[in-house]
Design a protein around this ligand. Structure first.
Ligand code: MG
Length: 246
């Protein structure tokens, strides 16, 4: 999984470099798929429950599960990219929201808060804690900043399958839910909005956007719980210049 995670991080960084005005999300997806396959990986999302692409790419008010296509990236966009890769039978999953050129102050803060929330969640991913400790840490950061957590979308276990138990909500009480134990691997992924928490499903049956049209952000890491705490498996070696990938 760590090797899969490294390839996920490199793929996200590569896509991030290409998130520039004028490119389409379909072209970004082709760049990702070629890189993944050239490095021996399989894009986990392609064909997953019928999803047609190697990545999910969700602009602006779209939160997750956007189907790459004709959308042309523009200056000021927020572009969320979600990548899952299967390598030698094991899966890692990560997402980042990239800023295209100059974005507004609130959009910038939304990206910063989403990463801060993800990292607060990760810091709770240690043996003896519960899933609810992760959830509560994420929710506290997001709502403390005046933003909203999408409640109908959750993080998850990941490893031999793309989505495994336990679910990892981005809201909830500390001490609740499954006990965290060494060897568990979780996708921790705040999906947050600058407005209300309500979302809707588009007619394509995949894309999910904010009900009120407010901007959304999504940052995700795959994390292994070790005896001495969390190990992030999807860390980029070099920060992408277009965005805020850590
Ligand atoms: Mg993902």
């Amino acid at each position: 999984m760590a090797r899969a995670g490294e390839l996920v991080a490199d793929t996200l960084a590569l896509v991030g470099e290409h998130v520039q005005p004028g490119i389409t999300t379909g072209e970004l997806d082709r760049i990702a798929e070629e890189y993944i396959r050239d490095h021996g990986g399989v894009p986990t999302s392609k064909g997953y429950r019928g999803f047609p692409a190697a990545t999910c790419i969700s602009p602006n008010a779209m939160v997750v599960h956007g189907i790459p296509g004709e959308h042309r990236v523009e200056e000021g966009d927020l572009i969320s990219v979600d990548v899952g890769i299967t390598l030698d039978g094991l899966i890692a999953d990560s997402a980042a929201t990239f800023a295209v050129g100059e974005i507004g102050a609130e959009a910038r803060r939304l990206l910063e808060v989403c990463q801060e929330a993800r990292d607060a969640g990760i810091s709770q991913a240690r043996p003896g804690n519960h899933v609810g400790d992760i959830s509560h840490a994420v929710q506290t950061v997001v709502e403390g900043a005046g933003f909203s957590v999408v409640r109908s979308l959750v993080g998850h276990g990941v490893g031999r399958s793309y989505h495994e138990d336990p679910q990892v909500p981005n809201f909830g009480g500390p001490g609740r839910g499954a006990l965290l134990q060494p060897g568990m691997t979780l996708a921790i992924e705040p999906m947050i909005t600058a407005g209300g928490p309500e979302v809707y499903l588009h007619e394509d049956e995949w894309s999910i956007s904010t009900q009120d049209g407010s901007l959304a952000a999504h940052f995700e890491h795959t994390v292994a719980i070790l005896e001495d705490g969390p190990r992030v498996l999807t860390l980029a070696k070099t920060p992408a210049k277009a965005g805020l990938v850590p």
